[in-house]
Design a protein around this ligand. Structure first.
Ligand code: NAG
Ligand code: NAG
Length: 347
């Protein structure tokens, strides 16, 4: 029996403490405090790390079909009155998105950016846009050579007034389009050419400076970055056409709670062409979008609890071992420096 107990004793992983460990020393106290501080800091860090979720990105081929693509717009044109602005949307099938459920509003803004009126843009696409198409310009001009009718005259006067007052316009809302490549543009194309000529006296005077507050293709998820949000393009010289080439990446965001948020990210490149007096066209801001065939799934994940415990043990154990070592060295150094006399004092 006694033999067996002795054999068991040999298995004790905690042999008797070395001499210095049995003494309370000032250096030991300092090392202990430092150790505790380190442990507390590392523990907080580990806890914080454990509590934050992380995301996993996966890619796959987009299998969605027949859904619509929501385009959220919020753009301010500080130098164009609402009366002259129109929004067109055309998809690759050549279809004008007139019949789709759209919700675009125009806000009139004064020089200081205060809202002075609102207007629902029901005529999303200029009525009979095709009649105004550029190949019909000749007919068009002929019909109007006799002069503008009274409504047009009144409009020209109003718009010129608004321009003189520095009136601007904010266009915002949601455009639901087919999930195929297409474009939408905000321009003065809704105006009849003669009226436009009378108002601006040349296409290079159409100041299409704009501030994009929001341009996105679906709801926002945590961490999304819409590259055009908060950008502004202010024209200094002659006017021109802005083109934004947008590549949409369908994205699905899966929350920890298993909720799924279907949305889209995008990347964009842009391009500006100055207009020349000889050009037929009028300045505009085009957004040309295209869909990527690859969809991204972003999944929120929680860190493993066992992992947390493991790391915690490593941190605690490691710190203990380290401070123990420090303590031993300090003790030795103190011993060497002060000699044995002070040791007896500290005892
Ligand atoms: C559009 O952007 C402006 C400026 O950031 C903001 O004040 C306004 O609320 C936005 N409008 C909508 C409908 O989001
Ligand atoms: C266009 O409008 C912006 C904003 O109002 C203004 O800062 C800029 O000077 C104008 N550009 C020209 C060429 O008039």
């Amino acid at each position: 029996m006694r033999m067996k107990l002795n054999a068991l004793k040999n298995l004790d992983a905690f042999p008797r403490a070395e001499e210095h460990l049995l003494q309370k020393t000032r250096s030991g106290a300092i090392v202990s405090i430092v150790g505790l501080v380190i442990i507390a800091t590392l523990f907080m860090h580990e806890l914080q790390y454990y509590l934050t979720t992380y995301t996993v990105h996966q890619m796959s081929v987009d299998l969605k079909r027949g859904e619509t693509l929501p385009i959220h717009i919020n753009v301010t044109f500080p130098s164009l009155p609402c009366d002259v602005l129109s929004v067109d949307a055309i998809d690759m099938s050549g279809k004008h998105e007139v019949d789709l459920d759209t919700n675009i509003w125009k806000l009139r803004m004064n020089k200081d950016g205060h809202i002075i009126g609102t207007e629902y843009l029901s005529d999303l696409v200029e009525k009979e846009h095709t009649n105004h198409k550029h190949d019909d310009d000749k007919d068009h001009q002929k019909a109007h050579e006799l002069g503008l009718d009274q409504n047009a005259e009144k409009m020209v006067k109003d718009v010129r007034n608004a321009l003189a007052n520095g009136e601007g316009c904010r266009v915002y809302g949601v455009l639901d389009v087919q999930r195929v490549a297409g474009n939408f543009h905000i321009s003065v194309h809704g105006l009849n050419i003669l009226v436009a000529e009378r108002i601006f006296e040349g296409s290079s005077h159409v100041n299409v400076s704009h501030v994009i507050h929001d341009l996105s293709f679906g709801p926002k998820y945590p961490g999304i970055h819409n590259p055009l949000d908060g950008t502004s393009r202010i024209l200094q010289g002659a006017s021109g056409t802005f083109k934004y080439y947008i590549k949409i990446v369908p994205t699905e965001y899966r929350y920890l709670s298993k909720d799924v948020l279907p949305t889209n990210q995008f990347s964009v490149t842009e391009y500006f062409v100055q207009i020349r007096e000889s050009d037929k066209g009028w300045p505009a801001v085009y957004f040309l979008y295209d869909l990527s065939p690859i969809t991204v799934t972003i999944k929120e994940e929680r860190r493993s609890f066992l992992h947390f415990i493991t790391r915690l043990c490593a941190v605690l154990g490691g710190t203990f071992a380290l401070t123990g070592m420090l303590d031993r060295w300090m003790y030795r150094i103190m011993e060497a420096v002060t000699g044995s006399s002070s040791r007896s004092v500290l005892r």
